[in-house]
Design a protein around this ligand. Structure first.
Ligand SMILES: *Cc1c(COP(=O)(O)O)cnc(C)c1O
Ligand code: SF4
Length: 352
């Protein structure tokens, strides 16, 4: 019998990831925020190498605690959504969210109040309107299919969307933000890859937070995607007690690169409701980035970013190394913490 994704208290108890004493609290959590744990993830969290995976997906009573800084729209998506499925914050690129469901529900999800089991995605006519919007705006250059997880769409539906985008001359690249390769690797098959490959410049950005998520099955699928010529990048969320130390981050970024995935973003935890137990401070994040820079390959360095509440977008918040001391002199801190004076010797900007 094909194993099912676990979505309820009963399934969580049957797999012994919660105890009967927790069941009342967890029922309350599930009424607010969907749960989904795929068979692949369940195997990982019930195996030996699970330290950083369990808490990402198994609900806990801590999610019932909300703080005043937290919000149901933590990165201000609503203000930038001119029509269903479109979030348009930047001039040259746009998010196209076709579905509102994911293969798993991450407990720290920034869109947790918009994605969830049973949420309807775009209707065919809403999808047509969203595509018309993209077709009409010639300043757009990039379309990003994002969460809900676009790779949960059937290859046939994906094909249709990619074909439409391919027909728009101003659209140079199509990007997918997805968690499917790490949480439901069985979905990555030749049919799906063929659908993606219909566009000459499709990029996949994988969401992955801990090296233990990169199981042998996952790595096999990453190889399929890389061999198909699809550029792979990653985005991770900095998560307290999961990946907030240099050793785990180093192992994560190296393992990604070995699998031909370039670390792109490390997100500071968003102010989504009931997620304080996952957040670190920005100071801690900067200290981690500082420890990585130098001893660990430059290819392993993602941008550490904050997505501002209110909708102003992503901002790099990594450590600073340079302070200006006079007009053309800067004090620069090197990667071992020593300070150097640097004279910025160049012609003035307006010199003919
Ligand atoms: C994150 C995001 C993007 C992509 O930003 P990049 O910095 O290009 O990766 C685009 N649009 C919206 C609305 C976003 O939230
Ligand atoms: S895959 Fe992305 S959108 Fe879906 S639950 Fe996880 S973080 Fe949220």
């Amino acid at each position: 019998m094909k194993r099912q994704t676990v979505r309820d208290v009963k399934g969580l108890m049957e797999n012994s990831v919660i105890s009967p004493e927790q069941s009342d609290d967890i029922s309350q959590v599930i009424r607010k925020f969907s749960v989904a744990i795929t068979p692949h993830v369940m195997d990982t969290i019930t195996s030996a190498e699970n330290a950083g995976v369990f808490e990402q997906f198994v609900p806990s009573a801590a999610e019932l605690e909300e703080t005043s800084a937290e919000s149901s729209d933590p990165i201000g998506d609503h203000a930038h959504s001119p029509l269903p499925g479109i979030i348009h914050r930047y001039e040259d690129r746009v998010l196209l969210n076709v579905v509102q469901t994911c293969a798993v529900y991450c407990r720290y999800c920034f869109r947790r109040e918009n994605v969830g089991s049973g949420n309807a995605g775009l209707t065919p006519s809403q999808l047509d309107s969203a595509l018309d919007y993209i077709r009409a705006d010639k300043k757009l250059w990039e379309v990003i299919l994002s969460g809900g997880d676009p790779l949960t769409l059937s290859p046939r539906r994906l094909s249709h969307i990619i074909e439409e985008l391919k027909g728009m001359e101003h659209i140079g690249i199509v990007r997918f933000h997805t968690r499917v390769p790490t949480v439901a690797p069985d979905k990555i098959n030749d049919e799906l890859i063929a659908a993606l490959k219909q566009h000459p410049a499709v990029y996949l950005i994988l969401h992955v937070n801990h090296p233990d998520e990169l199981t042998p099955q996952v790595c096999e699928k990453l190889a399929l995607l890389a061999d198909a010529g699809i550029p792979l990048l990653s985005q991770s969320v900095l998560l307290r007690n999961i990946n907030d130390n240099v050793d785990v981050l180093t192992r994560l970024f190296r393992k990604l690169l070995v699998n031909r995935v370039k670390p792109y973003y490390l997100h500071h935890g968003d102010l989504a409701k009931g997620t304080r137990h996952f957040r670190t401070s920005i100071e801690q994040g900067q200290a981690l980035m500082k420890e990585l820079r130098g001893p660990v390959s430059g290819l392993c360095q993602p941008h550490y970013v904050l997505d501002l509440p209110g909708g102003a977008g992503k901002v790099p918040i990594g450590p600073q190394y340079l302070t200006t001391t006079s007009e053309n002199t800067h004090r620069v801190e090197d990667v071992s913490g020593c300070s150097h004076l640097y004279v910025d010797d160049c012609l003035p900007v307006d010199a003919g």
